[in-house]
Design a protein around this ligand. Structure first.
Ligand code: HEC
Length: 166
């Protein structure tokens, strides 16, 4: 069976080389959660794709935002985030950014998990993954490109949908 060894090594190199370009670890976990379609609630209970706000830094011009069951416990009767909310651990908020109505160009992800090694001081893990599944900004950056903007006035636990889509 010794002939199997080199074949296996080559396979491993091929697989590793491939997976290097793709999201791994926390980023892959966040991507698979973001791609889930079941169990989410849309902002304002509306799945329409919206024009991005003037405050948005993201290159894609279209977006919509969904909340998993844990995060959606913070939505009020209009489907907006209740003032003063501190999202509980397990909350997942996904902003789908679209290149056009049919093509997701990027996922921007907020995942509350205080004990996570990639969590910031407020317990958020920040994910930023391209539509081709490559990583736009790794979660291990702990939101360094995100927090200065997301901590602006009127944020609710670092979220901004309420401010820009009141
Ligand atoms: C210059 C400001 C700015 C930066 C930088 C920024 N965002 Fe945002 N983000 C916004 C705004 C404004 C919204 C509200 C929706 C919109 O108009 O895009 C938003 C919405 C979101 C949402 C939906 C939840 C909510 O209500 O906030 C997520 C998730 C998100 N951003 C993730 C990220 C991640 C991850 C990064 C860093 C890689 C990032 N953002 C960097 C401005 C920014």
């Amino acid at each position: 069976m010794s002939y199997l060894r080199p074949i296996l090594s080559i396979l491993c190199i091929l697989i590793l080389g491939y997976s290097c370009k793709k999201a791994k670890g926390t980023d892959a976990d966040l991507l698979s959660m973001a791609e889930e379609t079941e169990g989410f609630t849309w902002y304002k209970f509306n799945d329409a794709i919206l024009e991005k706000s003037t405050g948005s830094a993201h290159p894609q011009s279209l977006l919509r935002t969904k909340y998993n069951a844990t995060a959606s416990s913070a939505l009020d009767e209009e489907g907006k985030v209740t003032e003063g909310t501190v999202f509980p651990d397990g909350s997942l908020i996904v902003k789908e950014l679209y290149d056009d109505e049919n093509t997701i160009g990027r996922w921007a992800i907020l995942y509350k998990q205080s004990n996570h090694e990639d969590a910031d001081d407020n317990g958020w893990v920040w994910g930023y993954i391209n539509g081709d599944r490559s990583v736009a900004a790794p979660a291990s950056n702990k939101g360094e490109a995100c927090i200065s903007c997301h901590s602006q006035s009127e944020n609710i636990d670092y979220t901004l949908m309420n401010k820009y889509f009141p």
